[in-house]
Design a binder for this molecule. Structure first.
Ligand code: HEM
Length: 490
Protein backbone atom coordinates (compact mmCIF):
# COMPACT_ATOMS: atom_id res chain seq x y z
CA UNK A 1 0.00 0.00 0.00
CA UNK A 2 1.43 3.42 -0.89
CA UNK A 3 1.40 6.33 1.53
CA UNK A 4 -1.14 8.21 -0.54
CA UNK A 5 -3.56 5.30 -0.81
CA UNK A 6 -3.18 4.77 2.90
CA UNK A 7 -4.00 8.42 3.50
CA UNK A 8 -7.22 8.09 1.56
CA UNK A 9 -7.99 4.95 3.52
CA UNK A 10 -7.60 6.98 6.71
CA UNK A 11 -9.85 9.66 5.49
CA UNK A 12 -12.55 7.18 4.51
CA UNK A 13 -12.35 5.46 7.86
CA UNK A 14 -12.44 8.67 9.83
CA UNK A 15 -15.34 10.18 7.97
CA UNK A 16 -17.55 7.14 8.09
CA UNK A 17 -16.98 5.71 11.54
CA UNK A 18 -16.90 6.96 15.07
CA UNK A 19 -13.54 5.97 16.52
CA UNK A 20 -12.58 6.46 20.14
CA UNK A 21 -9.32 8.19 21.04
CA UNK A 22 -6.76 5.50 21.59
CA UNK A 23 -8.54 2.92 19.45
CA UNK A 24 -6.35 1.19 16.95
CA UNK A 25 -7.35 0.15 13.48
CA UNK A 26 -4.79 -2.21 12.19
CA UNK A 27 -4.07 -3.64 8.86
CA UNK A 28 -0.72 -5.26 8.43
CA UNK A 29 1.26 -2.09 8.25
CA UNK A 30 -0.36 0.66 10.18
CA UNK A 31 -2.38 1.85 13.10
CA UNK A 32 -4.46 4.96 13.48
CA UNK A 33 -5.05 6.96 16.55
CA UNK A 34 -7.39 9.84 16.22
CA UNK A 35 -8.94 12.49 18.33
CA UNK A 36 -11.68 15.00 17.92
CA UNK A 37 -11.53 18.29 19.65
CA UNK A 38 -13.87 21.17 19.39
CA UNK A 39 -13.44 24.73 18.28
CA UNK A 40 -16.19 27.33 17.94
CA UNK A 41 -18.01 27.13 14.61
CA UNK A 42 -16.14 24.02 13.70
CA UNK A 43 -17.95 20.76 13.99
CA UNK A 44 -14.80 18.75 14.48
CA UNK A 45 -11.12 18.84 13.98
CA UNK A 46 -9.85 15.35 13.50
CA UNK A 47 -6.29 14.68 14.33
CA UNK A 48 -4.99 11.45 12.94
CA UNK A 49 -1.60 10.12 13.76
CA UNK A 50 -0.26 6.86 12.55
CA UNK A 51 2.89 5.07 11.55
CA UNK A 52 3.46 4.00 8.01
CA UNK A 53 6.67 2.31 7.00
CA UNK A 54 8.47 3.62 10.08
CA UNK A 55 7.35 7.19 9.44
CA UNK A 56 5.00 9.09 11.67
CA UNK A 57 2.28 10.72 9.60
CA UNK A 58 -0.19 13.24 10.88
CA UNK A 59 -3.36 14.24 9.12
CA UNK A 60 -5.66 17.01 10.18
CA UNK A 61 -9.16 17.10 8.87
CA UNK A 62 -11.42 20.02 9.53
CA UNK A 63 -15.15 19.46 9.44
CA UNK A 64 -17.33 22.55 9.23
CA UNK A 65 -21.05 22.78 8.62
CA UNK A 66 -20.39 22.91 4.90
CA UNK A 67 -17.51 20.64 4.14
CA UNK A 68 -14.87 18.35 5.37
CA UNK A 69 -11.40 18.94 4.08
CA UNK A 70 -7.93 17.77 4.83
CA UNK A 71 -5.91 20.75 5.96
CA UNK A 72 -2.56 19.20 6.51
CA UNK A 73 -1.06 15.89 5.85
CA UNK A 74 2.55 15.24 6.08
CA UNK A 75 4.93 12.37 5.96
CA UNK A 76 7.85 14.55 6.98
CA UNK A 77 7.23 16.56 10.11
CA UNK A 78 4.14 18.33 11.32
CA UNK A 79 2.63 21.27 9.56
CA UNK A 80 0.52 23.41 11.81
CA UNK A 81 -1.75 24.67 9.05
CA UNK A 82 -4.49 22.42 10.37
CA UNK A 83 -4.94 24.16 13.67
CA UNK A 84 -7.22 27.16 13.19
CA UNK A 85 -5.64 30.59 13.11
CA UNK A 86 -6.71 32.05 16.48
CA UNK A 87 -7.48 35.41 14.81
CA UNK A 88 -10.35 33.79 12.93
CA UNK A 89 -12.01 32.35 16.03
CA UNK A 90 -14.67 34.22 18.02
CA UNK A 91 -12.94 35.69 21.04
CA UNK A 92 -15.79 34.91 23.44
CA UNK A 93 -15.36 31.18 23.12
CA UNK A 94 -11.62 30.88 22.50
CA UNK A 95 -10.41 27.87 24.50
CA UNK A 96 -6.70 27.67 25.30
CA UNK A 97 -7.00 24.51 27.37
CA UNK A 98 -6.63 22.22 24.32
CA UNK A 99 -3.52 20.12 24.97
CA UNK A 100 -2.81 19.72 21.24
CA UNK A 101 -2.15 23.46 20.92
CA UNK A 102 0.85 23.05 23.20
CA UNK A 103 2.03 19.82 21.65
CA UNK A 104 2.02 21.48 18.23
CA UNK A 105 3.66 24.59 19.73
CA UNK A 106 1.02 26.91 18.31
CA UNK A 107 -0.34 28.16 21.64
CA UNK A 108 1.72 31.38 21.40
CA UNK A 109 -0.57 33.14 18.92
CA UNK A 110 -3.66 32.16 20.92
CA UNK A 111 -2.21 33.80 24.01
CA UNK A 112 -0.99 36.82 22.06
CA UNK A 113 -4.56 37.43 20.96
CA UNK A 114 -5.84 37.14 24.53
CA UNK A 115 -3.14 39.48 25.89
CA UNK A 116 -3.93 42.05 23.22
CA UNK A 117 -7.69 41.86 23.15
CA UNK A 118 -8.95 40.33 26.38
CA UNK A 119 -6.22 39.78 28.97
CA UNK A 120 -8.58 38.46 31.63
CA UNK A 121 -10.70 36.17 29.51
CA UNK A 122 -13.69 34.00 30.32
CA UNK A 123 -14.11 30.72 28.46
CA UNK A 124 -17.67 29.56 29.09
CA UNK A 125 -17.25 26.01 27.86
CA UNK A 126 -14.32 23.63 27.79
CA UNK A 127 -13.67 19.98 28.65
CA UNK A 128 -12.75 21.32 32.12
CA UNK A 129 -15.85 23.47 32.49
CA UNK A 130 -15.85 27.28 32.45
CA UNK A 131 -12.65 29.05 33.46
CA UNK A 132 -10.91 32.42 33.47
CA UNK A 133 -7.56 32.89 31.73
CA UNK A 134 -5.19 35.46 33.22
CA UNK A 135 -2.59 36.14 30.54
CA UNK A 136 -0.63 39.32 31.40
CA UNK A 137 2.38 39.47 33.69
CA UNK A 138 1.09 41.91 36.32
CA UNK A 139 -2.37 40.33 36.52
CA UNK A 140 -0.74 36.94 37.11
CA UNK A 141 1.42 38.40 39.90
CA UNK A 142 -1.71 39.97 41.40
CA UNK A 143 -3.54 36.62 41.49
CA UNK A 144 -0.54 34.59 42.66
CA UNK A 145 0.17 37.06 45.49
CA UNK A 146 -3.41 37.21 46.72
CA UNK A 147 -3.76 33.80 48.32
CA UNK A 148 -6.52 34.98 50.65
CA UNK A 149 -8.89 35.37 47.71
CA UNK A 150 -7.35 33.01 45.16
CA UNK A 151 -7.20 29.64 46.85
CA UNK A 152 -4.93 26.71 46.02
CA UNK A 153 -7.15 24.35 47.96
CA UNK A 154 -7.54 20.92 46.36
CA UNK A 155 -6.89 21.77 42.68
CA UNK A 156 -4.00 23.66 41.11
CA UNK A 157 -4.41 22.58 37.50
CA UNK A 158 -7.24 23.41 35.16
CA UNK A 159 -9.06 20.09 35.62
CA UNK A 160 -10.46 18.95 38.96
CA UNK A 161 -8.91 15.85 40.53
CA UNK A 162 -11.31 12.87 40.49
CA UNK A 163 -13.64 12.94 43.51
CA UNK A 164 -12.84 9.31 44.35
CA UNK A 165 -9.06 9.75 44.26
CA UNK A 166 -8.13 12.85 46.22
CA UNK A 167 -4.47 13.23 47.11
CA UNK A 168 -3.91 16.28 49.32
CA UNK A 169 -0.47 17.88 48.88
CA UNK A 170 0.94 21.12 50.20
CA UNK A 171 1.00 22.88 46.82
CA UNK A 172 -2.80 22.41 46.87
CA UNK A 173 -3.36 23.71 50.41
CA UNK A 174 -3.88 27.13 51.95
CA UNK A 175 -2.87 28.60 55.29
CA UNK A 176 -1.01 27.04 58.16
CA UNK A 177 -1.00 23.46 56.93
CA UNK A 178 0.70 24.53 53.70
CA UNK A 179 3.31 26.51 55.62
CA UNK A 180 4.01 23.64 58.05
CA UNK A 181 4.45 21.01 55.39
CA UNK A 182 6.54 23.24 53.12
CA UNK A 183 8.79 24.11 56.06
CA UNK A 184 9.23 20.45 56.91
CA UNK A 185 10.45 19.45 53.42
CA UNK A 186 12.35 22.57 52.37
CA UNK A 187 15.65 22.04 54.28
CA UNK A 188 16.46 19.34 51.67
CA UNK A 189 16.83 22.11 49.07
CA UNK A 190 18.09 24.96 51.30
CA UNK A 191 21.25 26.79 50.09
CA UNK A 192 23.48 25.17 52.78
CA UNK A 193 22.34 21.72 51.68
CA UNK A 194 22.88 22.55 48.01
CA UNK A 195 26.47 23.52 48.70
CA UNK A 196 26.92 19.99 50.08
CA UNK A 197 25.36 18.21 47.11
CA UNK A 198 26.90 20.35 44.35
CA UNK A 199 30.01 18.16 44.08
CA UNK A 200 27.87 15.01 43.86
CA UNK A 201 25.67 16.49 41.16
CA UNK A 202 28.74 17.59 39.18
CA UNK A 203 30.18 14.10 39.41
CA UNK A 204 26.94 12.62 38.12
CA UNK A 205 26.71 15.16 35.30
CA UNK A 206 30.27 14.27 34.25
CA UNK A 207 29.52 10.54 34.30
CA UNK A 208 26.42 10.99 32.15
CA UNK A 209 28.19 13.23 29.62
CA UNK A 210 31.28 11.04 29.46
CA UNK A 211 29.12 8.01 28.64
CA UNK A 212 27.43 9.66 25.63
CA UNK A 213 28.26 8.04 22.29
CA UNK A 214 29.97 10.88 20.39
CA UNK A 215 28.98 11.14 16.72
CA UNK A 216 25.88 8.92 17.01
CA UNK A 217 22.27 10.02 16.99
CA UNK A 218 20.69 9.85 20.44
CA UNK A 219 17.55 11.13 22.13
CA UNK A 220 18.85 13.86 24.47
CA UNK A 221 15.72 13.58 26.62
CA UNK A 222 16.35 9.94 27.51
CA UNK A 223 20.14 10.01 27.66
CA UNK A 224 20.65 13.24 29.55
CA UNK A 225 17.59 15.23 30.67
CA UNK A 226 15.72 12.34 32.22
CA UNK A 227 18.75 10.53 33.59
CA UNK A 228 20.20 13.60 35.24
CA UNK A 229 17.01 14.75 36.93
CA UNK A 230 16.35 11.21 38.05
CA UNK A 231 19.75 11.00 39.71
CA UNK A 232 19.22 14.40 41.34
CA UNK A 233 15.81 13.35 42.68
CA UNK A 234 17.22 10.08 43.97
CA UNK A 235 19.73 12.20 45.92
CA UNK A 236 17.06 14.50 47.37
CA UNK A 237 14.96 11.53 48.50
CA UNK A 238 18.02 9.41 49.35
CA UNK A 239 16.19 6.87 47.20
CA UNK A 240 17.80 3.45 46.51
CA UNK A 241 19.95 4.28 43.51
CA UNK A 242 19.38 0.97 41.73
CA UNK A 243 15.61 1.61 41.70
CA UNK A 244 15.91 5.25 40.58
CA UNK A 245 14.17 4.58 37.23
CA UNK A 246 10.93 4.24 39.23
CA UNK A 247 10.99 7.99 39.97
CA UNK A 248 10.52 9.27 36.38
CA UNK A 249 8.02 6.45 35.82
CA UNK A 250 5.89 7.61 38.76
CA UNK A 251 6.35 11.20 37.70
CA UNK A 252 5.09 10.46 34.19
CA UNK A 253 2.13 8.50 35.58
CA UNK A 254 1.27 11.43 37.87
CA UNK A 255 1.31 14.04 35.09
CA UNK A 256 -0.47 11.82 32.56
CA UNK A 257 -3.94 12.70 33.66
CA UNK A 258 -7.33 13.74 32.38
CA UNK A 259 -6.99 16.84 34.55
CA UNK A 260 -4.47 18.32 32.09
CA UNK A 261 -6.14 17.23 28.88
CA UNK A 262 -4.71 13.76 28.36
CA UNK A 263 -7.09 10.86 27.98
CA UNK A 264 -5.83 8.01 30.05
CA UNK A 265 -7.08 5.02 32.04
CA UNK A 266 -7.44 6.79 35.39
CA UNK A 267 -7.94 3.50 37.26
CA UNK A 268 -4.65 2.10 35.98
CA UNK A 269 -3.02 5.41 36.96
CA UNK A 270 -4.41 4.98 40.47
CA UNK A 271 -3.06 1.43 40.69
CA UNK A 272 0.48 2.49 39.79
CA UNK A 273 0.38 5.39 42.25
CA UNK A 274 -0.58 2.96 45.01
CA UNK A 275 2.60 1.01 44.19
CA UNK A 276 4.54 4.25 44.60
CA UNK A 277 2.89 4.79 47.98
CA UNK A 278 3.72 1.28 49.16
CA UNK A 279 7.38 1.72 48.20
CA UNK A 280 7.72 5.06 49.98
CA UNK A 281 5.78 3.91 53.05
CA UNK A 282 8.53 1.32 53.57
CA UNK A 283 11.24 3.97 53.21
CA UNK A 284 9.36 6.24 55.61
CA UNK A 285 9.23 3.56 58.33
CA UNK A 286 12.96 2.94 57.93
CA UNK A 287 13.87 6.62 58.07
CA UNK A 288 11.60 7.28 61.05
CA UNK A 289 13.50 4.60 62.98
CA UNK A 290 16.91 6.08 62.03
CA UNK A 291 18.52 9.36 63.18
CA UNK A 292 17.24 12.40 61.16
CA UNK A 293 18.96 13.26 57.87
CA UNK A 294 18.44 15.89 55.17
CA UNK A 295 16.45 13.95 52.60
CA UNK A 296 12.76 14.73 51.97
CA UNK A 297 11.48 11.54 53.62
CA UNK A 298 13.63 11.72 56.73
CA UNK A 299 12.82 15.40 57.18
CA UNK A 300 9.07 14.78 57.04
CA UNK A 301 9.21 11.59 59.11
CA UNK A 302 10.96 13.47 61.94
CA UNK A 303 9.18 16.83 61.85
CA UNK A 304 6.50 17.11 64.60
CA UNK A 305 4.07 18.72 62.09
CA UNK A 306 4.38 15.98 59.46
CA UNK A 307 5.52 12.83 61.26
CA UNK A 308 1.97 11.43 61.44
CA UNK A 309 1.45 11.73 57.68
CA UNK A 310 2.23 8.03 57.43
CA UNK A 311 -1.22 7.44 58.97
CA UNK A 312 -2.89 9.41 56.17
CA UNK A 313 -1.76 7.46 53.11
CA UNK A 314 -3.50 9.68 50.55
CA UNK A 315 -1.85 12.80 51.94
CA UNK A 316 1.51 11.05 51.99
CA UNK A 317 0.97 9.96 48.38
CA UNK A 318 -0.08 13.50 47.39
CA UNK A 319 3.09 15.01 48.82
CA UNK A 320 5.24 12.34 47.21
CA UNK A 321 3.61 13.08 43.87
CA UNK A 322 4.33 16.77 44.41
CA UNK A 323 7.99 16.30 45.32
CA UNK A 324 8.57 13.80 42.52
CA UNK A 325 6.91 15.86 39.79
CA UNK A 326 8.13 19.22 41.15
CA UNK A 327 11.74 18.20 40.80
CA UNK A 328 11.44 16.04 37.73
CA UNK A 329 9.55 17.19 34.66
CA UNK A 330 10.34 20.84 35.16
CA UNK A 331 14.12 20.48 35.28
CA UNK A 332 14.11 17.70 32.69
CA UNK A 333 12.33 19.90 30.20
CA UNK A 334 14.53 22.90 30.91
CA UNK A 335 17.56 20.73 30.13
CA UNK A 336 16.02 19.67 26.82
CA UNK A 337 14.85 23.18 25.98
CA UNK A 338 18.36 24.61 26.33
CA UNK A 339 19.64 22.28 23.63
CA UNK A 340 16.71 23.02 21.33
CA UNK A 341 16.92 26.81 21.69
CA UNK A 342 20.69 27.04 21.35
CA UNK A 343 20.37 25.13 18.07
CA UNK A 344 17.62 27.40 16.85
CA UNK A 345 19.65 30.46 17.83
CA UNK A 346 23.23 29.80 16.69
CA UNK A 347 24.30 33.38 17.44
CA UNK A 348 23.35 32.86 21.07
CA UNK A 349 25.35 29.62 21.18
CA UNK A 350 28.37 31.45 19.72
CA UNK A 351 27.98 34.08 22.45
CA UNK A 352 27.89 31.36 25.10
CA UNK A 353 31.01 29.64 23.80
CA UNK A 354 32.85 32.93 23.69
CA UNK A 355 31.76 33.79 27.22
CA UNK A 356 30.81 30.87 29.50
CA UNK A 357 30.25 33.27 32.40
CA UNK A 358 26.86 33.90 30.76
CA UNK A 359 25.68 30.46 31.90
CA UNK A 360 23.77 31.55 35.07
CA UNK A 361 21.92 34.25 33.12
CA UNK A 362 21.24 31.82 30.28
CA UNK A 363 19.78 29.32 32.75
CA UNK A 364 17.16 31.88 33.80
CA UNK A 365 16.46 32.70 30.16
CA UNK A 366 15.96 29.01 29.32
CA UNK A 367 13.52 28.67 32.21
CA UNK A 368 11.60 31.78 31.14
CA UNK A 369 11.57 30.86 27.48
CA UNK A 370 10.46 27.28 28.06
CA UNK A 371 8.11 27.96 30.99
CA UNK A 372 8.16 24.29 32.07
CA UNK A 373 4.76 24.58 33.76
CA UNK A 374 2.33 26.43 31.51
CA UNK A 375 -0.17 27.29 34.19
CA UNK A 376 -1.28 27.14 37.80
CA UNK A 377 -4.91 27.39 38.70
CA UNK A 378 -6.66 29.00 41.65
CA UNK A 379 -10.27 29.04 42.83
CA UNK A 380 -11.86 32.37 43.83
CA UNK A 381 -13.05 32.36 47.46
CA UNK A 382 -15.08 35.53 46.97
CA UNK A 383 -16.32 37.83 44.21
CA UNK A 384 -13.49 40.05 43.01
CA UNK A 385 -12.69 42.38 40.14
CA UNK A 386 -9.63 41.67 38.05
CA UNK A 387 -8.62 43.63 34.96
CA UNK A 388 -12.09 45.13 34.77
CA UNK A 389 -13.78 41.71 34.86
CA UNK A 390 -16.05 40.43 37.59
CA UNK A 391 -14.85 37.09 38.88
CA UNK A 392 -17.40 35.21 40.98
CA UNK A 393 -16.84 33.16 44.11
CA UNK A 394 -16.11 29.57 43.09
CA UNK A 395 -14.79 30.46 39.61
CA UNK A 396 -11.68 28.74 38.27
CA UNK A 397 -8.89 31.21 37.58
CA UNK A 398 -5.99 29.96 35.46
CA UNK A 399 -2.71 31.91 35.57
CA UNK A 400 -1.00 31.21 32.26
CA UNK A 401 2.69 31.65 33.11
CA UNK A 402 3.46 30.63 29.54
CA UNK A 403 1.70 33.80 28.41
CA UNK A 404 2.91 36.16 31.17
CA UNK A 405 6.47 35.22 30.21
CA UNK A 406 5.78 36.60 26.71
CA UNK A 407 4.15 39.83 27.88
CA UNK A 408 5.90 42.49 25.77
CA UNK A 409 4.75 45.27 28.08
CA UNK A 410 7.01 43.88 30.81
CA UNK A 411 9.58 41.72 29.03
CA UNK A 412 11.53 43.36 26.23
CA UNK A 413 11.51 41.44 22.96
CA UNK A 414 9.74 38.64 24.78
CA UNK A 415 9.66 36.15 21.89
CA UNK A 416 13.43 36.30 21.55
CA UNK A 417 15.68 33.72 23.19
CA UNK A 418 18.42 36.01 24.44
CA UNK A 419 21.02 34.52 26.79
CA UNK A 420 22.39 37.82 28.09
CA UNK A 421 18.94 39.32 28.56
CA UNK A 422 18.90 42.04 31.24
CA UNK A 423 16.75 41.05 34.25
CA UNK A 424 16.55 37.46 33.08
CA UNK A 425 15.40 36.26 36.52
CA UNK A 426 12.32 38.42 36.20
CA UNK A 427 10.10 35.67 34.88
CA UNK A 428 7.03 33.84 36.13
CA UNK A 429 8.14 30.24 35.61
CA UNK A 430 8.61 29.61 39.34
CA UNK A 431 5.35 31.31 40.28
CA UNK A 432 5.02 34.04 42.83
CA UNK A 433 3.83 34.44 46.41
CA UNK A 434 3.52 31.81 49.12
CA UNK A 435 3.62 28.85 46.75
CA UNK A 436 6.64 30.07 44.78
CA UNK A 437 8.72 27.08 43.71
CA UNK A 438 10.55 25.54 46.62
CA UNK A 439 13.20 23.87 44.47
CA UNK A 440 14.10 26.71 42.11
CA UNK A 441 17.71 26.94 43.30
CA UNK A 442 18.36 23.25 42.92
CA UNK A 443 16.82 23.28 39.43
CA UNK A 444 18.99 26.24 38.42
CA UNK A 445 22.08 24.67 39.94
CA UNK A 446 21.66 21.52 37.89
CA UNK A 447 21.30 23.43 34.67
CA UNK A 448 24.31 25.59 35.47
CA UNK A 449 26.56 22.59 36.21
CA UNK A 450 25.31 20.76 33.13
CA UNK A 451 26.16 23.65 30.78
CA UNK A 452 29.55 24.19 32.42
CA UNK A 453 30.43 20.55 31.82
CA UNK A 454 28.96 20.50 28.31
CA UNK A 455 31.20 23.41 27.30
CA UNK A 456 34.18 21.66 28.88
CA UNK A 457 33.90 18.63 26.63
CA UNK A 458 31.72 19.23 23.57
CA UNK A 459 32.05 21.45 20.57
CA UNK A 460 28.31 21.39 20.04
CA UNK A 461 25.18 19.34 20.51
CA UNK A 462 23.63 19.26 17.10
CA UNK A 463 19.89 18.93 16.74
CA UNK A 464 19.40 16.47 13.87
CA UNK A 465 15.61 16.18 13.70
CA UNK A 466 12.38 17.86 14.73
CA UNK A 467 11.83 17.60 18.51
CA UNK A 468 8.55 16.09 19.69
CA UNK A 469 6.65 17.91 22.39
CA UNK A 470 4.61 16.60 25.30
CA UNK A 471 0.83 16.48 24.88
CA UNK A 472 -0.38 18.52 27.86
CA UNK A 473 -1.75 21.94 28.72
CA UNK A 474 0.37 21.90 31.89
CA UNK A 475 3.80 20.36 31.32
CA UNK A 476 5.72 22.17 28.59
CA UNK A 477 8.30 19.66 27.51
CA UNK A 478 9.80 17.28 25.04
CA UNK A 479 9.64 13.54 24.57
CA UNK A 480 12.25 13.41 21.79
CA UNK A 481 15.16 15.69 21.03
CA UNK A 482 17.30 13.89 18.45
CA UNK A 483 20.91 15.09 18.63
CA UNK A 484 24.46 14.20 17.73
CA UNK A 485 27.13 15.33 20.18
CA UNK A 486 30.43 16.53 18.75
CA UNK A 487 33.57 16.32 20.87
CA UNK A 488 35.88 19.32 21.15
CA UNK A 489 38.57 19.15 18.52
CA UNK A 490 41.47 20.22 20.75
C1 HEM B 1 13.08 24.63 36.25
C2 HEM B 1 12.65 23.99 37.29
C3 HEM B 1 11.35 24.25 38.00
C4 HEM B 1 10.24 24.98 37.64
C5 HEM B 1 10.02 25.77 36.38
C6 HEM B 1 9.28 24.88 38.72
C7 HEM B 1 8.03 25.50 38.73
C8 HEM B 1 7.20 25.55 39.83
C9 HEM B 1 5.96 26.28 39.89
C10 HEM B 1 5.35 27.08 38.76
C11 HEM B 1 5.43 26.11 41.13
C12 HEM B 1 4.11 26.70 41.67
C13 HEM B 1 4.28 28.14 42.04
C14 HEM B 1 3.03 28.84 42.45
O1 HEM B 1 1.98 28.22 42.58
O2 HEM B 1 3.10 30.06 42.67
C15 HEM B 1 6.32 25.25 41.85
C16 HEM B 1 6.12 24.83 43.13
C17 HEM B 1 6.89 23.87 43.71
N1 HEM B 1 8.06 23.32 43.23
FE1 HEM B 1 9.01 23.78 41.52
N2 HEM B 1 9.82 24.07 39.69
C18 HEM B 1 11.07 23.67 39.30
C19 HEM B 1 11.95 22.86 40.01
C20 HEM B 1 11.65 22.27 41.20
C21 HEM B 1 12.50 21.35 41.90
C22 HEM B 1 13.88 20.89 41.42
C23 HEM B 1 11.82 20.96 43.01
C24 HEM B 1 12.19 20.01 44.11
C25 HEM B 1 13.13 19.22 44.14
C26 HEM B 1 10.56 21.67 43.04
C27 HEM B 1 9.61 21.56 44.01
C28 HEM B 1 8.48 22.37 44.11
C29 HEM B 1 7.56 22.32 45.23
C30 HEM B 1 7.65 21.38 46.42
C31 HEM B 1 6.56 23.27 44.99
C32 HEM B 1 5.37 23.61 45.88
C33 HEM B 1 5.67 24.85 46.70
C34 HEM B 1 4.52 25.29 47.57
O3 HEM B 1 3.38 24.97 47.30
O4 HEM B 1 4.78 25.98 48.58
N3 HEM B 1 10.49 22.45 41.92
N4 HEM B 1 7.40 24.93 41.04
Amino acid sequence: MTTSSFLSYCSVVSSTREIEWGSVITDETASIVFRVFRFPNIVALKFIRFRFAETEIRVITLKTKYAEETLADTAHGFETAGIPDPKTLPLETLDVSVAELFEANVHGEYFRRLRNEDPVHYCPESPFGPYWSVTKYHDIVAVDSNHKVFSSHRDIVIGDAPADFTTPMFIAMDGEKHVDQRKAASPAVAPSQLADIEALIRQRVCNILDDLPVGEEINWVEHVSKELTTQMLATLFDFPFEDRHLLPYWSDVTTTSETVGIEVDMKERERVLHECLAYFARLWQERAAQPPKFDFISLMAHNPKTKDMINDPMELLGNLMLLIVGGNDTTRNSISAGVVELNRNPDEFAKLKANPSLIPNMVSEIIRYQTPLAHMRRTALEDIELGGKQIKKGDKVVMWYVSGNRDETVIEDADRFWIDRPNARRHLSFGFGVHRCMGNRVGEMQLRILWEEILNRFDRIELVGEPTRVLSNFVMGYTDVPVVVHAKSS
